[in-house]
Structure formats: C-alpha cells, structure tokens
Ligand binder design. Sequence first.
Ligand code: HEM
Length: 521
Amino acid sequence: MLRLVAGISAGVVCLIGLEELIRRKRKKAANASSTKDAKQQGATRQDTRQITPEEKLTLRQVPRVPVSIMEAFQAMRSGQEAHLFEQWRDEMDSDLFYLQLPLCQRAYVCTDPSCWDALVGPAGLDKSHRYHLFDLFGEGALTRTRQMITRKTSGEHWHAIRKALSPAFANRTLLTKTPIYHRVLGSFVKALDDAADKHLAVDMPKWGLRYTIDMIGEVAFNYSFHAFDAERNGEALALLRAIDFIFQEVWSTLVNPFRPYMIWCSQVREYYRCIRLFRDVCRKIYQQFLDTPPDKRDATSVIYYIHNAPYPTEFEKLCDIYNLLWAGHDTTGYTIAWGVYHLSSNPRALKKLQQELDAATFENEFPTYEELGQLPYFNACVKEFMRITPVVGNGGLRQTEGGIKVTSRGVDYWIPGGYEIFFPLLPPFRDDRIWGDGKVFRPERWLEASEEQLKLYNKVFQPFSVAPRSCIAQHLASIEVRMTMAALFKRFEFEVTTEPDPYYAITYKPRGLMVKPIRRT
Ligand code: HEM
C-alpha cells in the first residue's frame, strides 16, 4: 500500500515538474524567436515576422472556450470535434478560440477561411511536430522517419521530394491510367452485383476502403491487394484494420502526449504492431518494383517516381510508399461512402442525377473522366457531398514558433508561440454566413449561384487544402471519386438500411453506414 502511495506521489510530482518544464520551454521559445526574428532580414513566414512589443499590446487575446480542462480533453477525444468547433464558433460568435488542455497544452482553432492564407499559405505556419506520430520506424530503430505529409516545409527536404513526385500526379499522367481505373472499378461493381443478387446490405465505408486500397495499389504501385477476393484479401484487410487503429492512436496522442510511451497499455502496443505491419507491406511493394526488370517497369507509376526521387536515405522511400498508401485509400474510400449516403438519402437529387447519367452516352461500360466533365448536375452533386461532409473535416494542424498575429472579422489577435492551431474545414464548409443553408444537401446551389457567390464558394470550398501543402493527389482523388460515383449510380440505387454514426479520427467517417444495392432496371 505504502509503495502504491509513494508511486502515485512520485508520478504526480513528475507530471507537475514536466508541466513546469513545458511552460518554461514555451516562454523561452517565444522570447528567443522575437530576438531571432529581428535578425532575420527579409523573412517571409508569418510567425517569424517581427511584431514589436508596442504592436503586440494592441492585439486582442484569443477567447478561451468556456469549458474545463477535462471537458476540453474529453471533447477532443469525442470523435465529434469538428462539429463542436462549429458549435463553439456560433456560441462564442468568434472564428478564433482555444481550448485549454492538460499539461499547459492549448489547441487553437481558426474557422475563418480568410485566415487560411496567413496560417497555411506560402508564408504560413509549418506543420505540427505531432504529425510525426504517423511515421514509420526502421528495423530495430527507435526514431521515426518522416514521410511527405509530416515533413516540415522548410529544412526537411519536403520541397525537393514534392517536386520530384508531382509529375506522377499530373492530370496528363493520371488520365493515361483509365484502363486501370475501369478494371478495379469492375471488381467493385461485380462485388456489389453479387450483393444485389443476394439482397444483402453492405457496410459501405468498409467496402469503399477495400475498393480504394485496391485502386491505389494498382494505380500507384502496380501492386494487387485483391481486397474483394475472399481467398487473397488477408493482407488488405489487415492493413485496413491497422490504419484505423493508427488513426485512433495518433488522435489520442494529440491530447495525451504520453500515450506513445504507455506501452503497458495493450492498445499502444497494438499501434506499434500496426506501424510495423505497414512497414513490412511497404517493403514488399518496393521489393516487387525492384524485382521487375528495368525495361518492364511502368515509368508512369508513382513508385517509379519514388524510386528516382532524391531521398536522403532508401528507407525514406518506404515512408512515402506508406504515406501514399494510407492517404490514398482512406480519404477516397470514405468520400465515396459519404457520397453514396447523401445521394441515397436525397431522392429528388438522385432522380435528377440519374436522368443526367441516363441521357449521357459513354463509349465504354464505365465513363471516362473527360466524359464526366460534360455533366453539370453530376459535378455539382460531387462538390456538394464533399462540402457537407468533408473527409478531412479537421483540416490540418500547424504550429506557432514565436507567436503570430491573425486577423479575423477585422480584429487583430495574438496567438503565442509554441502552440498548435487547427484550421478545420467542416465549419466554414457549412457556415450559413457563406452558404445560406450550409447544413442542407442542395447540389443546385453550385448551378444557381451568381458569379460573385460562386467566386466565394470556390474560395472557401478547398477540400484539398491550399498551396503549398495542399493535397498532392487531388487530381487522382477527383478522377477516382467522380468515375466511381457515376458508375455506381448509373447501375444501382442504394437503400440505406442503417444510418451512419459520423465519427472523426484524422478523417471523417460515416461509421456503420449499411446500404442495400439494388440494380436499376
Ligand atoms: C477525397 C480525397 C482526398 C482529400 C479530401 C484529401 C485532402 C488532403 C488535405 C486537406 C491535405 C492537407 C493536409 C494538411 O495540411 O495537413 C492533403 C495532403 C496530402 N494528401 Fe490528400 N486528400 C485526398 C486524397 C489523397 C490521395 C488519393 C492521396 C495519395 C494518393 C493523397 C495524398 C496526400 C499527401 C501525400 C499529402 C501531403 C502533401 C504535402 O504535404 O506536400 N491524398 N490531402
């Protein structure tokens, strides 16, 4: 008993000490950077811009969300954060606010799209160090190695790597892959056909992910996962389970920085196992590429570009295979599931969409991306479901170094150094001040808007974020989502048998959505 009390007391003392250390470190960073900034002539990044002490005094403090530390902690773990951000913005009538979290942590939130340029644009803030939690460990190594999405914009080779991989994601390269898209889409449609014959309801988010992992495997790496083949899909299903687990853990770590060290907790051990599983599959994918004779390699595949890119080490190539594998299926898979849900729940929009699809002539069984460009209502539907349930609803996470001035609704605020800022996409995407009826699924808005309104819509509707750290694969995602939605709704209708339970863990998921595919006559 005495030992237990002593242990607990020691733990509490350590936590208090740590909290004090973090507080001092932050203060030091904030002070140091204002001195450093003065020396950095011509610095363009927002948080290294010098703000004089006099100017700082004129800036307003960002308001704190009126919840306790524990309530804030629970809210950030609730899987409903983006909706809470939306709610707090309305309740506090402020697009900038912060949550006080345990251990002197604060999560700043900015729901004002007019601040995006200052926060994430070319002169904006850098990525948060927490992104590192996604990263892979080398065999036997204790430190993680960065992947494209987790690299800082400056000083971590991000620019050279992005430049080297970009041609693989250019429209002209991606459009040459139409036969691959159609082949993979064929296996998805066949699985849905079988379910329709048996009158089965399918778990749409899970099926969407199986389909998109097959797609990214084939398109980017010439690697077959066979996710719909019951005899060969063990690896695909293990990866899908693993990424779900990794996302949950990374999100938990956002509010509890000790989480990765809590190895007595079986979930944390499982998280490390999942990371290792991904690493091993990435190694296998790369080995398959290396085993292919050079003259037989597909020079348009992403893996070909990865192979030739200027990575400082070979292991970093595996890290980007991993990055593109997880980012390349989770986002598109859930987007497709959300699309099926919204269109199936809005019969009036579905009818209009199917009339347009029926009237269109496609050269092959499935449409090409170019053919879909001619269908205005269809394209409005895709934008609308990506708007109302953006899969990256929490946006991204950035970090202040020396503090930053942010102007929202004409008021200048000061965000101190050493903190993280969310810029969630969901609140502006559904903001009534912009959209009028932002929470309503109404594809017509995209077709009926005046020129001026449309300009505003397109400025705010940035599901792939804004340059320079916007999604490298946005054309691929657009092709995949559009081609799939057109093929599915031309052939099927879907009866929603179980409503989704929306949930965030890095991405926004229509968890539990069940639909029954019904072949159209
Ligand atoms: C509907 C589908 C998709 C959406 C909505 C989406 C959205 C986003 C967003 C918002 C970011 C910025 C994240 C941040 O600032 O932290 C991002 C970055 C990124 N995405 Fe996507 N994405 C999608 C599909 C894909 C696909 C298919 C791939 C890969 C094949 C991919 C790979 C990446 C990568 C590598 C980055 C990091 C880019 C960089 O930092 O330079 N994404 N995506």
